[in-house]
Structures are given as C-alpha cells and as structure tokens.
Design a protein around this ligand. Sequence first.
Ligand code: 3SL
Ligand code: MG
Length: 235
Amino acid sequence: MNIDIIISADDIKPEKILNKTILIIDMLRATSVIVTALYNGCKEVIPVLTVDEALNIAKKDRDKYVLGGERNALKIEGFDFSNSPLDYDKEYIKGKSLIITTTNGTKAIKRSIGAERILIGALINAKATADKILKLNNDLVIVNAGTYGHFSMDDFICAGYIINCISENTSINPTDIAKTAQYIYKNNEDIVSFIKHASHYKRIKELNLKEDLKYCCLKDIINIVPEYKDDIIRV
Ligand code: 3SL
Ligand code: MG
C-alpha cells in the first residue's frame, strides 16, 4: 500500500488526492469531536466552513440540529457546544444532527472532496481506522489538518501511529514523510511526552482544557470509523 501525508489543510492539491483513500486527522480536536459525537449516538455530522453557513442550516429546525465548533479554540457565540469532545455526551447528542465548523479540521475535510473515500480519524479510533484502511486496500493519503496552514506535531504522530498499525498487517510503501511519521511514533510511543511540545497542545493547556488533552491522547478507545460522503459524515 502506498502511503503519503499532507501536512496541512492548506497543502491539499486535487491531483494528490484523486482516486485515493483519504484519512483526515485533527486529533486536537475536530476529528476527536466528530468521532466522539457519532459514537455517542449523534445521527450525522455536517461540516461547514463558516459560522453563517452553520447558523443558516440550524435555523431551519432547532430541534433537529445542534451547533458545535470553535474559533480561536473557543465556543462560538450562539452555538450549543464548543470544540471539546467532552461536550458531546449521549444525553445531548443522541439522535441529533451536529453542524460543525472549526478552523482547520472542517477545512481539511471540505478540501478533500474529490477523493475516492474520506475517512475521519484520531488517536481515539486509530486501530479501527487502520483496520478499515486495510479492508479498503487502496493507496492512502493522510491529511493532517495542521494549524493555520502549518505543520502540527500532534497530527503527525497520530498519523505515525496509524501507519504503524497498518504496517503490522500489510506491506507498505511509505513516502519519506510517511516513513518519518512512523519513525517518530516508534520512538515516542508515550504520545503525550511528544505532543506536549506542540504549539496547539500548549494553547489548549493555557485555556485550562487539560481534560480535553487527556481524552484526545487516549489510544483506541472507540471502534467506529466515520466517513464523509455527499456533504455528511456518518458511521
Ligand atoms: O482547527 C480545528 O479544527 C480545531 O480542532 C482547533 S481547536 O482544537 O478546537 O482549537
Ligand atoms: Mg488541530
């Protein structure tokens, strides 16, 4: 299996994703939120790029839709939830349609339209994601959402862990960057000691969201793999 990595949402090029399986990773925190919400019974997730777009969809039926996401890592005015995965408890999210807009994660998803398949992954569902990719048996491009167009250590090591899981079950042909991600993971299996140096980890910590960090850094606690298709993410 050929495996490549794109380091940020801003670096996605149509020719790089054509006919490929894409895995979107924004472990801090957008893809961790999406995986958690769907695991907790959310019916579907609708990623959008702007706050206005989100509000316009939600106003059609305020019982059906919940609004979630962030700007500058903070809850958006008029929204129901922030971009903390811990907000998305069964009692609030079960049976609802979540409209989400975030700075980097939803952008990475939307910019991957045109790929063969678009999967949503994080550390919390890493092994399940690797298994699904093995079943699809297509070339893989991992899209790291990154942070404001820049490389993110957190998404990179998460990609490395997933590549490592895949490599345990099939032979892989990684690009240099994909090989480096796996190497970084293998030398830092205690992910937190590596991620704590990431700028976005520090930002979330400064906001006193330590429980979010703890949760997003757990490996393999969820076994679903959401997929984006026809504007909607479902399991
Ligand atoms: O950029 C994003 O998509 C967010 O996940 C960033 S934050 O962790 O919510 O600040
Ligand atoms: Mg991020």
